[in-house]
Design a protein. Structure first.
Length: 353
């Protein structure tokens, strides 16, 4: 497969001179409306014109069906550009105008890591695992601000969150701080507005972590997708646990905007929790929230609705749009300046890059 990419879109072509495929189509995860994504057979190959969606980069797979009816989802084997992810690698198109964040090229010392197990409260049945990253040059007994991250190992592996932290510290865009990478374990259960998880994090895990890791002030909690929903839900149910929230592409499901998500096992629990938050007359917490969302995401509308609800309550949330879909790279690209702005407002700025 080859792709010719320009400002208007991309022309995709799959060679098939032997007629191995009954059909070829493009798979990607962006908000509706969805165009017909079927390739057309032309002289021994399959072709598709992709009009540029509202993004600067697109992660995708090919869905191919053989002449005997077998379907498979595959990478574009003619495109060297791909990205890893929790659900396997995806091919990627980068449209004119996209560039990765500059901080990826900044100096970023590796720091040190310590694993810990944190206790749970009643109802969760499982302890929480965390890896604490500390910046190079700071001892384990030095009090520092703390950023806790839902889906921590994945946010580190696919969204470079500790590399971001090291780059911001080394450049003096932010003061020295630690990053706590919370492992998701039973993600769909824990992060779907679970009262048991909220209670465990606020009443057991965070106090235990602060007893172990010297910390300046209350931690900041960050999350993406269901992890963002959970972050807001925890602070809403247990106000004062966190000093601030970074909410990336929150899965703030509503009946109006998210019928396509109704197959999720805990869809109605999420909808109910989102309704309680959005309908509140006032925010129970003073923790500032920074929201980010991709311009191509299915979560765009529900994030706009949550942003409006928080603003109505006087919570003064900030919002940053990034031109991507619901992807780890999109969340990586939004860390600076969105997360940097939140953290600097809470922790100060020691200098400028």
């Amino acid at each position: 497969m080859t792709a010719r990419v320009d400002d208007a879109g991309a022309l995709l072509s799959v060679d098939d001179p032997a007629g191995r495929w009954r059909s070829v189509s493009l798979w990607y995860h962006l908000r509706r409306p969805h165009p017909d994504r079927s390739f057309t057979r032309v002289d021994g190959r399959w072709e598709y014109w992709l009009a540029r969606p509202p993004v600067d980069r697109l992660e995708y797979l090919l869905e191919r069906t053989t002449v005997d009816g077998r379907s498979e989802m595959v990478l574009d084997d003619g495109n060297d550009a791909s990205v890893p992810g929790a659900f396997g690698p995806h091919s990627v198109l980068e449209f004119p105008g996209y560039s990765p964040p500059e901080w990826l090229g900044w100096e970023a010392p590796p720091g040190t890591r310590t694993d810990a197990t944190l206790p749970h409260a009643r109802g969760l049945r499982r302890d929480l695992a965390v890896t604490v990253w500390s910046p190079t040059g700071y001892g384990s007994q030095t009090p520092l601000p703390l950023l806790l991250v839902h889906d921590g190992p994945e946010m580190d592996r696919y969204a470079s969150v500790t590399r971001y932290a090291a780059a911001m510290i080394e450049s003096r865009a932010l003061p020295a701080f630690r990053v706590g990478l919370l492992a998701p374990a039973d993600r769909d259960a824990w992060y779907s507005a679970s009262p048991a998880y909220a209670r465990s994090l606020a009443d057991a895990a965070v106090p235990a972590l602060l007893d172990t890791v010297p910390t300046s002030g209350r931690p900041v909690l960050a999350g993406a997708s269901l992890g963002a929903l959970s972050a807001l839900h925890v602070e809403w149910m247990h106000p004062g646990t966190f000093a601030g929230l970074f909410l990336a592409s929150g899965s703030f499901f509503t009946i109006r905007h998210d019928e396509h998500e109704s197959g999720h096992a805990r869809f109605f629990r999420i909808v109910s929790a989102v309704e309680r938050i959005a309908d509140a007359p006032a925010a129970p917490t003073s923790a500032p929230a920074a929201l980010v969302c991709g311009t191509g995401e299915e979560n765009w509308e529900n994030n706009q609705a949550m942003l409006a609800a928080l603003a109505r309550m006087g919570a003064r949330p900030t919002f940053h749009a990034f031109r991507d879909g619901h992807t780890w790279v999109g969340w990586r690209d939004s860390l600076h300046p969105a997360l940097t702005g939140l953290l600097s407002s809470l922790w100060g700025v020691p200098g400028q890059h």
